[in-house]
Design a protein around this ligand. Structure first.
Ligand code: PNS
Length: 158
């Protein structure tokens, strides 16, 4: 079984995340989408709400499992017998941060990090920007799944 993990906050999942998850699902037998439980970071959606949205929007891929984790990602990988992490790189600005994490993760555990170039049509996306746009009444149609859009509007403007 060739298995990888796509980790993140997913607060909420965007079409940028789905670009990477979908493409990873075509390369591997199983993709585990792992939502970080981070009590220090203020989030818009609870971990359970984020998992619910992820489960619905990744169902069509057929080989994606959604889970949550806390602590070190490499410890989660070891517990779940996942040898590699898949990350999307949107722009050069992502690189320093991602390189440091990839090197530290490898050093700590031997878990590999594989980078995928985000599709140019979604490379400008981030969950934070999406929340900001919706909060102030802008349109994010086509940038997040329909379900996520509905839940964002309900939470931020409801
Ligand atoms: O979507 P995000 O918030 O950019 O995801 C970051 C994430 C979850 C991949 C990263 O923060 C992480 O792996 N956190 C777990 C803690 C950890 O393993 N830290 C050491 C990294 S070198």
């Amino acid at each position: 079984m060739r298995r990888v993990v796509c980790p993140g906050s997913f607060d909420p999942v965007t079409n940028g995340h789905l670009d990477i998850i979908g493409r990873a699902s075509r390369q591997y037998d199983e993709v585990v989408v792992a939502v970080l439980i981070n009590i220090e970071k203020k989030s818009l959606f609870t971990v359970e709400e984020r998992i619910d949205m992820l489960q619905i929007v990744t169902k069509e891929y057929g080989n994606v499992r959604v889970d949550k984790f806390h602590g070190l990602l490499v410890d989660y990988c070891r517990q779940q017998e996942i040898p590699a992490i898949v990350k999307g790189l949107r722009a050069v600005s992502d690189f320093d941060y991602e390189l440091q994490q990839a090197q530290l993760n490898y050093r700590m555990s031997g878990v590999e990090t594989l980078f995928m170039a985000t599709g140019p049509e979604v490379s400008f996306l981030s969950s934070s920007r999406i929340k900001e746009i919706v909060r102030y009444g802008g349109s994010v149609a086509g940038l997040v799944p329909e379900l996520v859009l509905e839940r964002l509007v309900e939470r931020l403007r409801g």
